[in-house]
Design a protein around this ligand. Structure first.
Ligand code: HEC
Length: 162
């Protein structure tokens, strides 16, 4: 399944440092949460988004989004935090699995919102803005190649901002 796809982290140290930061982020992610119910317009595309996730993402991420420890990250861990902060927000659609998928920008926006509403709802505040197709078009112009250092730096910034 993952053959030919590079794995995250180049060594034990990277993974350990990353895990510590993720743990910190998890801790702070409990502070400002109010939880969110998806808006009515989400219902109009939720089924399509779920099917696209199943076809283009679940092969690696699994349908629950939990992935595989140490290989494919859990999509429900803290992406809500990323989506609600301007700097890390583009990251969600710039990672290779998302940016280079055959999904259109509108479909990728829907799948990303589906991930957020179904797997990260407890992290979303009431003023959360769902991703738009135009926004995804913009972010996709600069896809990420080396994910881990970028993610690591973003996590550190968010943790530092609390
Ligand atoms: C071939 C396997 C594979 C497929 C298919 C795939 N991903 Fe991923 N995804 C990964 C891996 C591995 C990572 C960890 C970062 C990296 O190395 O790219 C990841 C990371 C992510 C992240 C960042 C999560 C985090 O905590 O850092 C998001 C968001 C994401 N993928 C969304 C998607 C979406 C949406 C799709 C479908 C359109 C998709 N992925 C398809 C393997 C995959």
């Amino acid at each position: 399944m993952l053959d030919g796809y590079y794995c995250w982290g180049s060594g034990r140290q990277t993974v350990t440092l990353l895990s510590m930061r993720v743990l910190l982020l998890l801790l702070v992610s409990f502070l400002p949460c109010s939880g969110l119910t998806a808006p009515p317009e989400f219902e109009s595309y939720a089924d399509r988004a779920r099917v696209n996730f199943a076809l283009y993402c679940a092969g690696c991420h699994t349908m629950s989004g939990k992935g595989a420890a140490g290989i494919v990250p859990d999509l429900g861990e803290y992406l809500g935090q990323f989506a609600q902060n301007a700097e890390p927000r583009p990251f969600l659609v710039q990672v290779p699995g998302a940016s280079s998928s055959p999904l259109s920008d509108a479909e990728l926006a829907e799948v990303t919102n589906w991930i957020l509403y179904t797997m990260n709802a407890d992290q979303l505040n009431k003023d959360f803005q769902p991703y738009t197709a135009a926004e995804v078009t913009e972010y996709r112009k600069t896809p990420l190649l080396d994910v881990i250092p970028v993610k690591d730096a973003l996590v550190e910034k968010i943790v530092g901002s609390y």
